[in-house]
Write a protein that binds this ligand. Structure first.
Ligand code: 5CA
Length: 466
């Protein structure tokens, strides 16, 4: 992959993921194949959330008066909000914001719903579209102006301890989610100057794309009592006192799909993890005039057998050269292809090809067929994941001096360094190097800060970011 950005742009079109020709900058169309990948990915996170969250759906429009209530929050978004100012020909009395995120839509309702400690905790989520008038260079799935796949979870708790536990729960949930997709991650606590507007602190998941730039693929925010105070979210506690709730929120976006495509893909196209691939098995019949019906009948039979084991299977019976079919499904990243011709039928076998390793194996068309295929899918899933984690491990390098940072980053890596934790020093590091401090990875009690020479408190990460 010589030029990742170009590769990424092309694959979205060539593999029928999205179409960016829609006539609004930063807004694209999900095409059927992409939509299925998106659907299977969201089903994974929904399953995880459904264990202890309720799914809800709030309106997309937020009155200006609500959006403006939380000062720091609105300041963080003021340059990015799209406004609805008219209804038909009439000017609206109050302009309405297209949600850039839904705190200010959800929390006025939480204020009505939460009365006593019995109502807590409250844990809700929605998967919706949100709008941000991004001023940085837009890129499909990576920086869009309509975020079409915005999973946002919002919780409220009686105590600070519970809200901190919720942050840990979200971290565990995101780990499980990204593990299922085979997407490696770096977890860090964002520096003060880069936390979510209005939050106490932000934990972020970043992943390293093939060109070495990091992409923020998930965020988790502890909102403390800031929004509770603004939106009057109070409850009567066991002791009879009225208290403000503690809140958290957590989000992922279309960037999940961007990382899935970018991290696993290769020069031939997508390499999809079986869990989210629209087809887990693609059967390619090799047809000649003679024996055509028999081969096709056998393909149907195999499809049925595999579907009975809940696998997603398609047969490519288009009237084109088999070579073209192989290329097409390589581009689209089906994890396992099965080839079946008249000779295979005679021998009662099929040739299975793994997309991740391009290995070919002969599999008997017997009662173990489904088990054998499932084993291949599992191996392919594990391999994609371990290749991706190996890539990450090779691309995080420790910088001993400030001067080493550009060298490390320009050769496609993320740099780790010791930091005293002081905000001014953090800004100085960003200014001197020209890169972004991602955040704090761990606390330490030895070593010296790379910039100030003072005792280091943290191992921090710095990178070129999307
Ligand atoms: N309300 C909180 C939690 S839901 C919130 O809005 N957090 S956020 O601003 O960090 O966004 C949530 C997720 O959306 C993050 O993973 C972030 O990387 C992603 N995201 C933010 N802006 C965009 C954008 N323009 N295009 C694609 N993804 C985006």
């Amino acid at each position: 992959m010589e030029n990742f950005d170009e590769w990424f742009h092309d694959i979205l079109e060539n593999a029928d993921i999205t179409d960016s020709r829609y006539p609004i900058k930063g807004m694209a169309v999900w095409r059927p194949y992409g939509f299925q990948i998106r659907k299977h990915s969201m089903n994974i996170i929904k399953r995880l959330l459904d264990k202890d969250h309720d799914e809800v759906l709030f309106p997309m429009l937020v009155p200006e008066s609500e959006l403006a209530k939380e000062g720091i929050h609105v300041k963080g978004f003021e340059d990015e909000v799209y406004w609805v100012t008219k209804g038909g020909q009439r000017e609206l009395n109050e302009q309405l914001a297209l949600r850039p995120t839904s705190e200010t839509a959800i929390y006025p309702m939480y204020s009505l719903w939460i009365r006593t400690h019995i109502d807590l905790p409250i844990k809700m989520y929605q998967i919706v579209n949100t709008f941000r008038y991004e001023t940085k260079h837009t890129r499909p799935l990576i920086r869009v102006r309509e975020i079409t796949t915005f999973k946002e979870a919002h919780t409220a708790h009686a105590t600070k301890e519970e809200s901190d536990e919720q942050i840990q729960d979200f971290i565990e949930m995101y780990k499980e989610f990204f593990d299922d997709l085979g997407i490696p991650y770096l977890i860090s606590k964002r520096p003060e100057w880069d936390k979510f507007p209005g939050s106490d602190y932000t934990m972020a998941f970043d992943t390293i794309m093939p060109n070495g730039k990091t992409l923020q693929i998930g965020t988790i925010h502890n909102l403390g009592q800031t929004f509770a105070k603004t939106f009057d979210i109070t409850f009567e506690d066991k002791d009879g006192e009225h208290k403000y709730a503690y809140q958290t929120c957590a989000g992922v976006s279309d960037r999940v799909i961007a990382s899935l495509i970018g991290i696993h893909g290769d020069d031939k196209g997508l390499r999809l993890p079986p869990k989210v691939s629209p087809n887990q098995v693609t059967i390619i019949p090799i047809l000649f005039k003679k024996g055509k019906e028999e081969v096709l009948a056998k393909c149907d039979e195999i499809k049925e057998k595999l579907e009975a084991e809940c696998l997603r299977v398609n047969i490519d019976d288009r009237d084109i050269r088999p070579g073209k079919k192989f290329n097409d499904w390589e581009l689209k990243g089906t994890p396992v292809k099965l080839e079946l011709g008249p000779r295979d039928l005679e021998n009662n076998i099929t040739i299975a090809m793994r997309r991740d390793t391009e290995e070919k194996v002969e599999i008997a068309l017997d009662d173990n067929l489904a088990d054998n295929i499932i084993e291949l899918l599992d191996k392919s899933s594990e391999n994609l994941s371990s290749q991706a984690w190996d890539f990450q491990a090779e691309h995080v390098k420790f910088a001993e001096t400030l001067d080493e940072i550009p060298e490390i980053i320009e050769s496609g890596n993320v740099a780790k360094f010791y930091w005293c934790g002081e905000e001014e020093v953090g800004h100085e590091i960003e200014e001197k190097t020209g890169y972004d401090v991602l955040g704090i990875q761990e606390e330490i009690s030895e070593g010296k800060c790379i910039a100030s020479g003072k005792d280091a408190k943290y191992v921090a990460l710095i990178a070129k970011t999307y």
